[in-house]
Design a protein around this ligand. Structure first.
Ligand SMILES: [Zn+2]
Length: 174
């Protein structure tokens, strides 16, 4: 399944207003008596997500093509990964894209994405404006990749809190 951005899954979860035990062991959603935005019944939520994700293509930029300022930030990637505690095994690549999938409802481009189907983190070129933007978004996606938790869940919040605590400990103990 194209499990593009976890945030989109969550939006679709709220969109379809599912009832109990939505997640099956094999990661499928159980959807009953729901309609999509056009009022058509949603019978296959995976197909719905798949169509949505398939309608989008990233425009991956090779690091050589970045401008000087962007390169300086991008080159910090190994250091950020070190601070995080290393690159999670699941993550094969960290890529930069000049286009990002739009948020399902707000139509605003997302800044980052953990793409499970290709084991890659894709970050918007826009994040390369500042080290804070870049590292914040990268770490957010690293937590998705490492934990498998989705946006706006208690589990994801807990993981974020743990990482913040860990970073502060490293700063305080320096
Ligand atoms: Zn997220």
């Amino acid at each position: 399944m194209h499990n593009g951005c976890p945030s989109e899954l969550l939006l679709i979860r709220s969109l379809t207003n599912y009832k109990s035990s939505p997640w099956q062991d094999h990661g499928e959603l159980q959807v009953q008596n729901t309609n999509d935005l056009s009022g058509n019944p949603v019978t296959d939520i995976q197909q719905f997500i798949s169509n949505y994700n398939d309608s989008f293509e990233f425009e991956i930029i090779i690091p050589d093509k970045l401008n000087k300022r962007e390169k300086l930030i991008y080159q910090q990637t190994p250091d950020i990964l070190n601070i995080f505690g290393g690159k999670p095994k699941k993550v094969k690549e960290i890529k930069i894209s000049s286009t990002m999938r739009k948020d399902f409802f707000s139509e605003v481009g997302t800044l980052g994405c953990w793409d499970e189907s290709t084991n890659s983190i894709i970050l918007s070129r826009k994040t390369l404006k500042t080290i804070s933007d870049y590292s914040g978004t990268l770490i957010h996606e690293l937590i998705h990749a490492k934990t498998g938790h989705h946006d706006v869940t208690r589990e994801f919040e807990t993981s974020l809190t743990e990482v913040i605590g860990d970073f502060c400990r490293k700063l305080v103990e320096k």
